[in-house]
Design a protein around this ligand. Structure first.
Ligand code: ZN
Ligand code: ZN
Length: 326
């Protein structure tokens, strides 16, 4: 296991960070096959979220028929299901890793616990602060985008497909969604890091320097609105409600998974589920780097990539200074 001689990290993956995306250059058939196996043919985060999306659409959420007219009943039903899914994902991970201490410090990036008795946080407690913004604003904005999109679909105001009518597009949209989300996230996040936007809205997400599952969706309501505009792609590209729900779960509960603070979930000492990334942990520690995620190499292409090295930290600090000296 790599260790960090300067004690900056409890654990980090091999450095410098490699590009794990399908855009890695030059293309390599073996690498692409491993990527597909890891992401789609084993129980990965995206397979789990897709299965939950299909089950929730089939058995829990109101039908398209019910979504035709805006009414309190089906909207409240959607909101309560979303509250339960968010609480289950973030609460379950928090319980396992931070209350039960199920994995100790193994594969945890930062040895420190989340902040307590710190006035920077609402209720002087990071976890309570993060829960508040996730459950109050986060789930409400998530539901808003879900309700709007299903209403548009139910009334035929946006184009829709089914697995029967367009099987290739149906499957392609599932596989390509994280790529679209990565594109949207990089640019929306760069906008949020402009000093005007950062000081007003995005600083709230960055209160959590040492992240936990509840930090993922802990954002200012304005940031939630911007973050969830990724869903508007379904207003343009013909899709199915399962695509919309899968996309929303990827943005909501998925953010709890990527902010766990641990790289992987271990079961009997084997890495069974990829969770947080060192990539985004670096963003929470050094701010002006790694605005995107590892689905697409936007940070590499635009020179904002932090590979985990001390040199990258120096470059990042210089960038921050330049941005705020204007
Ligand atoms: Zn974050
Ligand atoms: Zn940020």
């Amino acid at each position: 296991m790599p260790t960090d001689p300067k004690g900056q990290w409890n654990y980090h993956p091999d450095l410098p960070l490699q590009d794990p995306s399908i855009f890695r250059w030059p293309p390599n058939a073996g690498f692409l096959a491993r990527w597909f196996w890891k992401n789609w043919l084993s129980l990965s985060e995206r397979v789990m979220l897709l299965l939950i999306a299909i089950a929730a659409w089939t058995w829990l959420y109101p039908s398209l028929e019910a979504s035709k007219t805006l009414a309190i009943g089906w909207i409240a039903q959607t909101y309560l299901i979303n509250l339960a899914l968010m609480f289950g994902a973030a609460g379950g991970l928090h319980w396992y890793f931070y209350m039960r201490n199920g994995q100790g410090l193994t594969l945890k990036f930062d040895a420190r616990d989340q902040a307590r008795n710190n006035r920077a946080f609402r209720f002087s407690d990071q976890v309570k602060d993060n829960m508040f913004f996730t459950m109050v604003s986060g789930v409400a904005v998530w539901t808003l985008f879900q309700v709007a999109t299903l209403w548009l679909m139910a009334n035929g105001y946006v184009p829709t497909i089914t697995l029967g009518s367009n099987p290739v597009q149906f499957i392609a949209l599932i596989i390509l969604m994280p790529v679209w989300s990565a594109f949207h996230f990089y640019w929306a996040h760069r906008v949020l890091h402009q000093p005007f936007m950062y000081t007003r809205f995005h600083t709230l997400h960055h209160r959590s320097i040492n992240i936990g599952p509840w930090s993922g969706m802990s954002m200012h309501p304005v940031e939630h609105l911007l973050y969830f505009t990724t869903i508007c792609i379904h207003w343009l590209v013909a899709s199915h409600p399962i695509h919309v729900i899968y996309h929303l779960l990827y943005q909501g509960p998925g953010a709890a998974m990527t902010h766990t603070g641990y790289e992987d979930l271990l079961v009997r000492d084997k890495r069974r589920l990829a969770l947080g990334t060192f990539y985004h942990t670096l963003h929470h520690r050094f701010f002006e780097c790694n605005y995107g995620n590892q689905e697409m190499p936007w940070d590499r292409w635009f020179g904002t990539f932090h590979d985990g090295s001390d040199e990258a930290t120096t470059v990042t600090r210089a960038r921050k200074k330049r941005m705020y000296s204007k």
